[in-house]
Design a protein around this ligand. Structure first.
Ligand SMILES: [Zn+2]
Length: 347
């Protein structure tokens, strides 16, 4: 689900310009954006993770300036870059610690490396927080002052923006709503990283959806997906979605339960910051708002939240799908650069 935003012509752009870079284990997404969050150019390059970070940063830098030249912009009109990457990280030191999907990039001073290559100041941010900021700047949250994002992928990422400020936290662990506790029982499910019991991610991530489905089939429950396991193949959240579309009872139950746990996690998050809008991003959207399964999923979350909150909060809070898809990360990284730049330069 990686649709590209419409490209803005240079003549319609509002200066200055910003780079947005979203580093992932497989690809690096690079956008050139204007002062209002419109995209002028975009390119995706391979991370080639195993070759180490130096040449990847070099290629990122070359791609950035190639985009500027391709649209005919003045290189001096680009004033800052935003860089999003998977955690864990230390934002203060600009340091990538030990992200699982970048094993050859551990303890990397990624912020300084990119800043030196580009010759620009760089704003460094967690990738899920970048995605949240993208949705806040020009996506589903753009009419709001505060916003909470949950990204449903392999794990559950999060991003919290309160009165325009992204919550990064003291340990670069702010906004990690995927790890809030939704099940306090001693035998609650474990998070992907192994240590966190009862965290939202252990129930509502794509990995959790596939694990929960497989466990129930192996325990003897009927499902059209049992043939997948019989064939020695793995169940995916996409297969659960497709089976639910065809009316498979177990798959529908799994999706409803996922909505229940998200409803619990969403309620706690809303009660902490009262953002007015909660956005669901990531690849696992069960078809999104244009699909009956996506609508059922969203309704399940919303119903659970409304059962658990106060009437005025229920009435004043919207829960909706994200709009930027896979572009949210690099757009949001540029957005953070935009915010930092204007905080420095606008007196
Ligand atoms: Zn966790």
């Amino acid at each position: 689900m990686s649709h590209e935003p419409p490209m803005l012509a240079l003549g319609e752009a509002k200066l200055p310009l910003f780079f947005g870079v979203d580093v992932g284990g497989t690809n690096i997404k690079i956008g050139l954006l204007d002062d209002q969050g419109k995209t002028l150019a975009f390119e995706q390059i391979a991370t080639n993770e195993a070759e180490g970070p130096e040449q990847a940063i070099q290629r990122t830098c070359e791609t950035c300036w190639r985009l500027v030249d391709a649209v005919g912009a003045d290189r001096n009109s680009v004033v800052r870059a935003g860089l999003g990457s998977p955690g864990p990280m230390c934002l203060e030191r600009g340091l990538l610690l030990n992200p699982v999907n970048l094993p050859n990039w551990h303890n990397l001073k990624i912020k300084d490396s990119l800043a030196q290559s580009l010759g620009l100041e760089v704003s460094f941010v967690n990738d899920a927080n970048a995605a949240a900021y993208g949705e806040f700047w020009v996506g589903t949250g753009q009419q709001y002052n505060s916003m909470a994002l949950f990204t449903l992928g392999t794990g559950v990422g999060g991003g919290l923006i309160v009165h325009g400020t992204l919550i990064n936290g003291l340990n670069s662990f702010g906004s990690e709503t995927g790890h809030i506790v939704v099940d306090s029982r001693p035998d609650a499910r474990l998070c992907i990283w192994g240590g966190g019991r009862g965290h939202l991610e252990a129930y509502a991530s794509a990995s959790a959806v596939t694990a929960r489905t497989s466990e129930r089939i192996l325990a003897g429950e009927k499902s059209t997906l049992s043939s997948i396991l019989d064939a020695g193949k793995a169940i995916t959240s996409k297969l659960v979605y497709e089976a639910a579309l065809e009316g498979d009872g177990l798959s529908l139950e799994i999706i409803d339960e996922t909505a229940f746990y998200l409803g619990v996690g969403v309620t706690s998050t809303i009660h902490a910051i009262d953002p007015g809008i909660v956005v669901l991003g990531g690849a696992m959207d069960f078809g999104g708002r244009d699909c009956k399964i996506g609508q059922r999923f969203l309704k399940g979350i919303t119903d659970e939240f409304q059962r658990r909150t106060f009437p005025n909060v229920a009435a004043g809070t919207k829960i909706d799908f994200a709009t930027l898809g896979g572009a949210a990360g690099h757009i949001g990284a540029a957005g953070i650069a935009h915010s930092d730049y204007h905080n420095q330069h606008d007196a």
